[in-house]
Ligand binder design. Structure first.
Ligand code: SF4
Length: 194
């Protein structure tokens, strides 16, 4: 694989794990392919499975609201998932499914070279940041790894299920936007591949 088109073609024809048997459409990443911010959720949901696009259901509307509240929009970020196919019934993806799909995520990061990675929710944070990540305690905190800054926020679906998380999510998105503006105002440097 050398290009976005090749990557997406692999994903669209992938039978690499059992989710290929139950999905309708694989969901490839979407957004600005030169974005400094890569947002990673765990897996597509029901509406995403139908349309083949990330964050098109109610969670997508909440994501748009959180981005807008921070002065951002989808055109400022690249959105993707750890597994590209919907787990049945929206269950968490199994470990072997995540393992099978991780090469695609790594290649997306290789092509994008993000300066900021935002994990959307516990499952993504536990895969990308650390296995013992506690989203309720650690959301909004930052770590630096290989010239890339990583953080995690509540998944927009979690905010929909529990509106008491909205204010914290809004503040975290504002901090992400501030961090992005600071990075972009500094001398640009090409980060290593995460
Ligand atoms: S989830 Fe990933 S590894 Fe599994 S079939 Fe879909 S694209 Fe392939």
């Amino acid at each position: 694989m050398h290009t976005w088109d090749e990557l997406n073609s692999f994903i669209l024809h992938c039978g690499g794990c059992p989710l290929a048997q139950t999905r309708r459409l694989p969901v490839v990443g979407k957004g600005d392919r030169h974005a400094a911010v890569m947002m990673i959720a765990e897996a597509p949901g029901a509406q995403e499975d139908i349309e083949g696009l990330p964050f098109v259901g109610p969670a997508g509307k909440m994501l748009d609201r959180l981005l807008a509240g921070a002065g951002l929009s989808r055109s400022d970020v690249y959105l993707t998932n750890i597994v590209k196919c919907r787990p049945p019934g929206n269950r968490d993806p199994h470990e072997e499914e995540k393992n099978s799909c991780m090469p695609y995520l790594r290649y997306e990061a290789y092509l994008l070279r993000p300066q900021i990675i935002v994990c959307l929710g516990r499952v993504a944070a536990q895969r990308i940041i650390s296995a013992d990540y506690r989203i309720t305690r650690q959301h909004g905190t930052w770590i630096r790894r290989k010239n890339c800054d990583l953080t995690a926020v509540y998944h927009p679906s979690a905010v929909l299920r529990d509106p008491s998380k909205l204010e914290a999510a809004q503040l975290d998105f504002i901090k992400i936007a501030e961090h992005l503006r600071k990075l972009l105002s500094e001398k640009p440097d090409v980060p290593e591949r995460p």
